[in-house]
Write a protein that binds this ligand. Structure first.
Ligand code: A3P
Length: 297
């Protein structure tokens, strides 16, 4: 996409966010009430941001008056690895605690204060084949303004098979949080994009409970969970004026964060042999971890 990747502490980082990554690792001080959203890019981060923001702030603003209607999710939940963090070393966010922040840093490279404090971490994980297809389209969306022509899907896949992608290798990102969620289930919630697509209500309840804002029986009866799920749905967010126009701080258009929002799109883009090669890598890398994905689409 024109942004070279640099290997920093075993993670491939886009050059434009390397200063932010280092600054985040060195300077960030977590508060016990913080909620940290983490992911490998293109795994449903935007969706998880919208959902978490809505759950936590539901008593301040109803879905009909949500700031999500006028502000992209990534502006409401800032990336602490981006320049935003550098600009504001002592972040004073508009919303009172709990702060909701996000990053793509691998678990083992998180600032110590995140691992040591009582803050909560929510990770969204996606089938690596769909994540890869989404990533390819995403970087291609910026190709016109870049200095380097975007690679073909074959080239892009060849890189990803070697773990070379933004915040890759994907297996390190996923396995770090997967293991942490098994060891510290009260600290790390591991969500799968596919499970959220299958039953968003169940996932929303898990999320709300985990971050300390469980839905009451009354709220359930009144349909609050359904309202939040509809507000944050792909169809709703994608069509909002604010997400169709404007740009993210990284230079991508806001609309690039909303493409298709489906499970199994890899079947439309990968040849059977590419998919087979990729699955072998996924199996080999995740072997013995207990983390699995459906191979059908
Ligand atoms: P596709 O490219 O497969 O459509 P991220 O937010 O981590 O950058 O991930 C982007 C991916 O999540 C894109 O996938 C995007 O369309 C999808 N997405 C964005 N908002 C979503 C939502 N509200 N529900 C489901 N998927 C969503």
């Amino acid at each position: 996409d024109g942004a070279p990747l640099l290997l920093h502490n075993d993670t491939w980082c886009p050059a434009y966010c390397i200063r932010g990554v280092v600054s985040f690792q060195q300077n960030f001080r977590a508060q016990d009430t913080d909620i940290i959203i983490t992911s490998l890019p293109k795994s449903g981060t935007t969706w998880l941001k919208a959902l978490t923001f809505s759950v936590v702030n539901r008593h301040r603003c109803s879905p009909g008056e949500s700031p999500l209607i006028t502000t992209p999710p990534h502006e409401l939940v800032p990336f602490f690895e981006s320049d935003l963090y550098l600009k504001s070393q002592n972040p004073d966010l508009d919303f009172p605690p709990p702060r909701i922040l996000s990053c793509h840093t691998h678990y083992t490279a998180l600032p110590q204060s995140i691992r040591d404090s009582n803050c909560k971490i929510v990770y969204t994980c996606r089938n690596p084949l769909d994540q890869a297809v989404s990533y390819f389209h995403f970087i291609r969306s910026r190709a016109s303004g870049s200095t380097k022509p975007v690679s073909s899907i074959d080239e892009c896949f060849e890189s990803m098979c070697r773990g070379v992608q933004s915040h890759g290798p994907f297996w390190n990102s996923m396995l770090g949080y997967w293991r942490a969620s098994l060891e510290r289930p009260d600290k790390v919630l591991f969500l799968k994009y596919e499970d959220m697509k299958e039953d968003i209500i169940v996932s929303l309840k898990r999320l709300a409970e985990f971050v300390g804002f469980p839905f009451t029986e009354k709220e359930e009866k009144e349909g609050v969970i359904g309202e939040i799920s509809r507000l944050c749905s792909f169809e709703n967010l994608k069509d909002l004026e604010v997400n169709r126009n404007g740009f993210h701080s990284s230079g991508f258009s806001n609309s690039a964060f909303f493409r298709k929002g489906e499970v199994g799109d890899w079947g439309n883009h990968l040849s059977p042999s590419m998919a087979e090669t990729f699955w072998k890598i996924v199996e080999e890398k995740l072997d013995g971890s207990g983390l699995t994905f459906k191979t059908s689409h």
